[in-house]
Design a protein around this ligand. Sequence first.
Ligand code: SF4
Length: 212
Amino acid sequence: MKIERRREQFNALVSEAATCRLCAAMCGRTAVLSDHNGRVGAQAMFIGEAPGRQGGDRTRVPFSGDQSGRNFARYLASVGLAREQIFITNAALCNPRTETGANRKPSRVEVSNCSGFLRRQLDIIDPRVVVTLGAVALAALCAVEYHQLTLGQDAGQIRKWRGLLLVPLYHPSPQVLASHRREAAQLEDYKAVARALRLIEKRERRAFERVV
Ligand code: SF4
């Protein structure tokens, strides 16, 4: 599909998400989905859990404005990637909060409600490499096409999924860094993203050479 058509579809999706009220507990908050998420046609699409209260929900740019965003930017830079090259979204597009206003994980129902938006973003952005940030994002992909991958077994590895390369990573939040995956291990994991992009580049160069 032509890039202009995909941009039109993306704009329509943004408008639809902006007025979505499927999740009752998200009432009063708006989906974080716009041109600030990245490029239609980006080779790599990153998927997080949900926008954070001090992060994407406040800045309207996923993974920015809080410590998770700063960690993410550092890890991306460590493998030579810039935000301008990628597309970033979340399994749940709105910010889930507790009654006291703290961040919470999106519920299974909320992730399931949002799975149609995730599927359509994958179709429109049409990335070659998908990178999930955390267990919620990895599980959310099952609603698009079933897989049996887990962070315990597959973090930092390149796997095939739906004809794409999938790299499951841990979430870059300070809590995950302190309890599940330290910074040194996360930096090592990000090298798999760079390897996956190199594999795609090689494959596309070979295909190009076959037709010219
Ligand atoms: S999280 Fe997704 S499905 Fe739920 S209200 Fe927001 S946009 Fe709609």
